[in-house]
Design a protein around this ligand. Sequence first.
Ligand SMILES: Nc1ncnc2c1ncn2[C@@H]1O[C@H](COP(=O)(O)OP(=O)(O)OP(=O)(O)O)[C@@H](O)[C@H]1O
Ligand SMILES: [Mg+2]
Length: 371
Amino acid sequence: MANPAEPVGAALEVRAGGVPRAKVLVVDDDPKSLFAMRELLGELGQELMVASSGEEALELALRHDFAVILLDVRMPGMDGFEAAKLIRDAERSKATPIIFLTAAADEMHSMFRGYEVGAVDYLMKPVQPETLKSKVSVFVELQIKSDRLRESEDKLRRLAAHLISVREEERGHIAREIHDELGQVLTGLKMEVTSLAKQLKDPALLEKTNSMCKLIDSTVQTVRKIATGLRPEMLDDMGLIAAIAWQAKEFQKRTGIRCRTKLPPESVRPDIEIATTVFRILQEILTNVARHSRATRVDIDLSVSAEQLTLDVVDNGVGIKDSDLHGKRSLGLLGMQERALLFGGTVSVTGRPGQGTLVAVSIPSHRSLFA
Ligand SMILES: Nc1ncnc2c1ncn2[C@@H]1O[C@H](COP(=O)(O)OP(=O)(O)OP(=O)(O)O)[C@@H](O)[C@H]1O
Ligand SMILES: [Mg+2]
């Protein structure tokens, strides 16, 4: 049983099955009321904290995330309304539900003022035990559920980050293997065929070796194309700026959509992981332009400063629809956002009907940006 003489403000931690539960704060200047509330709410099996003044409540609200705060209106010094206002003003507790405890005589007046300063509910003193428990339970449940949701969101995000980096690593590895191993074999093969051709007199056989050489040459080209598609060597060797310039040219050649770039000098070399992220996002944007925009022109503008890297890509096509921005099937857009988020960045997509789409990527340059 809780001891009413216990210093107020101390946490009374109740754990069920070793699992930390939601925190509930009770604020009242009357020790008897606090004692009664503790007794009642203790049955809910949550972590209960108490404060005997508005000041103390505010201090606790700044240090803990409460599922709900039960706040007495009439207190000497800072009253419940003032405390609620300050609690609401603080970033950490701005959304914490507050239930006011009011005396019957003040009922109407308290109710209005309470809602004004952000109360979600009010209870009349003396508090009816079942009403109190059921109201508090609703907020406790809500917090436990939203905590679970946040946790699973966090896990999914970490999993996505892991998958992105594993995929990137794998692509780089396969690209190198294909390029080096297959490239070597094909070069060897061509040398053999060439030396064989030198010993041949028969024009029909010479013709055959000639066409074999051509076939080997085109296979070398294909191997290069596949390896570059998996992971452009240029990104690792020449850096992001050169890789974007190359990608823009390739895009224009392949799609016929005019592609202009505004880029910093190639000597600007962002961190390779940020470079990879930006490059992959750009590829995704350009794929969308080619597939969906019906544009005739696209402009790529990259700027890199010590604080941040920004990439703006504008097309002059049909303009992305609002419904596509948050569509369940918009996984390409979601992928871009997740990639940027890994580095604390953002991707914003804006469509102007009939005029085109702007994709603006911004990533902070925490790591060293200049080689
Ligand atoms: N530049 C653009 N202009 C017009 N519409 C666009 C543009 N980019 C995207 N969209 C619209 O937004 C939708 C979502 O794009 P998103 O990249 O997420 O998916 P997707 O390209 O259809 O498929 P994927 O998952 O293969 O990328 C597209 O289906 C398309 O309708
Ligand atoms: Mg796409």
